[in-house]
Ligand binder design. Structure first.
Ligand code: NAI
Length: 342
C-alpha cells in the first residue's frame, strides 16, 4: 500500500476504525495543491477491506483531475464507509466517521455520494469544520456541461447541432435535463430508461423517440450519451458502437480508461466523463462559497476544455483520456510552488 501511495502520488490515506459502533472507513486525500480536497462520502458494504481502500483511492484521484480541469480551487478526496447503508445504528456510524474527518481539519470536505443523503451530510456537518451539504440539486449544471461537450464533439465530427441525432441512456436527473436542452436545440433525441414512466413522460413532454433498453448503446446516432450507471462501455461494446461520438454524464462509463485508445482507433470522438460532467462540481463549489455569480459561464467553459483536449489528442496522437490527464497534471504542477490553499 505504501508503494501505491508513492506511485500514485497520494498525500494521505486514513484508515479509520471504531469497533464500539462498528465503523470501518477510509478517507483518501489525493492532492490538495489547488485547494482542500472535496469528495463524496460513499456508504456501502464492500466485498473486502482492500476493495474499500481501492474505491476510495480511485475516486479521490479522479476528483483531483476533475477539479483541476474544471478550474475550481479544490483538490481530490473521497471517503468510504464500509457498511450497509441500512445499518441499524447508521447515525452512530456516520458520527464516528465524521470525527475522523474532523481530525483532518478541513483538508477533506465531505459531500453527497452513493448511500448518503443531505440529512446525513447535515449530521456529519455538526462534527466537521466544513461540509458540502448540497441543498441545491447540481444536475442542471451537470447536464449543461454535458450538452456543451456534445456540441464540441459534433463540431469535431463536422456535424451541426440542429438536425443531429443523440441517443441518451438514462432519463434521470441529468439525462432529462440533457434531453430538454437538446430538443430545444432541434436535436433528434432517442432515449431509454429502465423506468418506463420516465420514458413515457419524456415522449409526452419533449417528443423524444423511445428506444429499447438493449439497443440504446448501439443506436444509429451521431452521439451516444450514457447518463445512467457507470461501466456501460466495455471491450465488447466498443466494436459495436454506431455513434460517431461518445459523451455523457455517467461516471466511469468506460470499464477501463485504456478503452479510450480503442475508441480513438475506431475514430469515435470521446469527451471523458470527468470533463463533460464537471458542471455539477462547479455548481457545488459555488454553493460552498455562497457565490453563484458567473456560474453558467463557468460551466459553459467546459466546452473550451473539451475542445483543447480533443485538439491535443489529435496533435499528439494520444487518446483523449491521456490528453486530459496531461492537461490536469500541467495545471496542478503549475500551481505546486504557490500552493494557494495549503
Ligand atoms: P439518476 O439516478 O437521477 O438517473 C439515472 C437514470 O438512469 C434513472 O432514471 C434510472 O432509471 C436510469 N437507469 C439506470 N440503469 C439504467 C439502464 N441500464 N438503462 C437505462 N436507464 C437506466 O442519476 P443522475 O443524477 O441523473 O446521474 C446520472 C449519472 O451521472 C450517474 O452515473 C452519476 O454518477 C453521474 N453524475 C451525476 C451528477 C449529478 O449532478 N447528478 C454529477 C456528475 C456525475
Amino acid at each position: 500500500l505504501t508503494a501505491e501511495l508513492h506511485q500514485r502520488d497520494f498525500e494521505q490515506l486514513v484508515i479509520c476504525r471504531d469497533p464500539e459502533v462498528g465503523l470501518e472507513s477510509v478517507i483518501a486525500v489525493h492532492d490538495t495543491t489547488l485547494g482542500p480536497s472535496l469528495g463524496g462520502v460513499r456508504m456501502r458494504r464492500y466485498p473486502s477491506r482492500a476493495a474499500a481502500v481501492a474505491d476510495a483511492m480511485d475516486l479521490a484521484q479522479a476528483m483531483t483531475y476533475k477539479a483541476a480541469l474544471a478550474g475550481v480551487p479544490l483538490g481530490g478526496g473521497k471517503s468510504v464507509i464500509n457498511a450497509d447503508s441500512r445499518v441499524a445504528n447508521r447515525d452512530e456510524v456516520l458520527i464516528a466517521h465524521a470525527k475522523y474527518v474532523a481530525a483532518l481539519n478541513g483538508r477533506y470536505i465531505p459531500a453527497l455520494d452513493m448511500g448518503t443523503s443531505v440529512r446525513d451530510l447535515e449530521l456529519i456537518g455538526r462534527h466537521v469544520p466544513v461540509v458540502c451539504a448540497q441543498r441545491g440539486d447540481p444536475s442542471y449544471f451537470t447536464a449543461r456541461g454535458v450538452v456543451r461537450s456534445i456540441e464540441v464533439a459534433l463540431e469535431a465530427c463536422g456535424r451541426s447541432v440542429a438536425g443531429s441525432r443523440v441517443a441518451i441512456q438514462g432519463l434521470g436527473n441529468v439525462g432529462l435535463h440533457v434531453a430538454r436542452m437538446l430538443c430545444a436545440a432541434e436535436v433528434e433525441v432517442l432515449a431509454a430508461d429502465i423506468d418506463p414512466v420516465r420514458v413515457h413522460d419524456a415522449v409526452d413532454e419533449l417528443g423524444v423517440t423511445a428506444t429499447d433498453l438493449a439497443d440504446i448503446l448501439f443506436a444509429d446516432a451521431d452521439v451516444l450519451a450514457p447518463c445512467a450507471a457507470g461501466g456501460v462501455i466495455d471491450e465488447h461494446a466498443v466494436p459495436r458502437l454506431r455513434a460517431s461520438a461518445l459523451v455523457g454524464a455517467a461516471n466511469n462509463m468506460l470499464t477501463t480508461p485504456a478503452l479510450a485508445r480503442d475508441l480513438r482507433e475506431r475514430g469515435i470522438v470521446h469527451v471523458p466523463d470527468f470533463v463533460a460532467n464537471a458542471g455539477g462540481l462547479i455548481a457545488v463549489e459555488a454553493e460552498l462559497r455562497d457565490d453563484e455569480s458567473g456560474l453558467a459561464d463557468r460551466v459553459d467553459a467546459i466546452a473550451d476544455t473539451a475542445r483543447d483536449m480533443v485538439n491535443r489528442s489529435e496533435r499528439n496522437g494520444v487518446d483523449v483520456v491521456s490528453a486530459a490527464l496531461s492537461m490536469a497534471t500541467e495545471i496542478i504542477e503549475g500551481n505546486r510552488k504557490y500552493r494557494p490553499w495549503f
